[in-house]
Design a protein. Structure first.
Length: 200
């Protein structure tokens, strides 16, 4: 082999490495939400499945090719660092039904707004207590019923908690609390609204 031959092969090698690097870079640019995992997508789809969505607010939530990045779905926001779902903003979307327990998979959730929907008197799910990163929780005017789960005591990072309702007694089983023993655990709380909650 002559010297120029070796040089030539080196050049080809360098070009190949550069090319591979470019492909990886382009793939990443096309897909900035590398973190919206299959698991999170499944959780969101299960959540959708438990709801009646007469206004088609969740139309973008699907498995079609153009929708396969769940960070682009309406009301869903992902962390720019980790790609995980950190925010669900679904207030006032005419959603009706109950919350799928699969939602618990969204362990990075910091912000959950389900206000002004209709959860048909169902209980606030206990598993909300496992969203340990939650800072904002708004379930106001969402027609939840039954006892406020004491598991809220786990939400030690919570800054905003709104469980209020404007329609006190709209059904027999309005939201109530036997005690508020869980409240002192929420030491970061800046805003609390429990109006119309039955505390008797
Ligand atoms: C991610 O960055 C975009 C653009 O800067 C911003 O609009 C969006 O709010 C950020 N997402 C979160 C969850 O902070
Ligand atoms: C939560 O949703 C309600 C209803 O759409 C809206 O009024 C409220 O501003 C939202 N909260 C925040 C902090 O965006
Ligand atoms: C929660 O949502 C209601 C809409 O039902 C809104 O009026 C209220 O300001 C929100 N609470 C907080 C703490 O953002
Ligand atoms: C609340 O926190 C405790 C202690 O960290 C844990 O054992 C429990 O499973 C948590 N409860 C929920 C509903 O996540
Ligand atoms: C809530 O506070 C009580 C009293 O300080 C403590 O014993 C309990 O472990 C706390 N619960 C959680 C889940 O942090």
């Amino acid at each position: 082999m002559t010297l120029t031959n070796i040089d030539h092969e080196k050049q080809i090698y360098c070009f190949k490495v550069f090319y591979a690097f470019l492909v990886v870079l382009l793939l990443r640019m096309n897909n900035p939400c590398i973190g919206c995992s299959e698991r999170e997508m499944q959780a969101l789809l299960a959540f959708k499945q438990g709801l009646v969505d007469d206004d088609n607010s969740l139309l973008s939530w699907g498995r079609e090719v153009q929708n396969k990045d769940c960070c682009q779905w309406d009301g869903v926001y992902c962390s720019n660092h980790t790609g995980h779902v950190v925010k669900l903003d679904l207030g006032d979307q005419s959603l009706e039904g109950t919350i799928s327990p699969k939602l618990v998979e969204l362990q990075d959730l910091e912000y959950l707004n389900l206000s002004l929907n209709n959860f048909r008197g169902s209980q606030i799910p206990d598993f909300i207590g496992s969203f340990s990163n939650l800072r904002y929780l708004n379930l106001s005017n969402a027609k939840f019923g039954g006892e406020i789960p004491y598991q809220l005591e786990n939400l030690t990072r919570l800054e905003y908690l709104d469980l209020s309702s404007d329609e006190y007694g709209w059904f027999d089983d309005s939201i109530y609390a036997k005690n508020l023993n869980w409240l002192p655990n929420l030491s970061g709380l800046k805003h609390l609204d429990l109006s119309s909650t039955n505390l008797s």
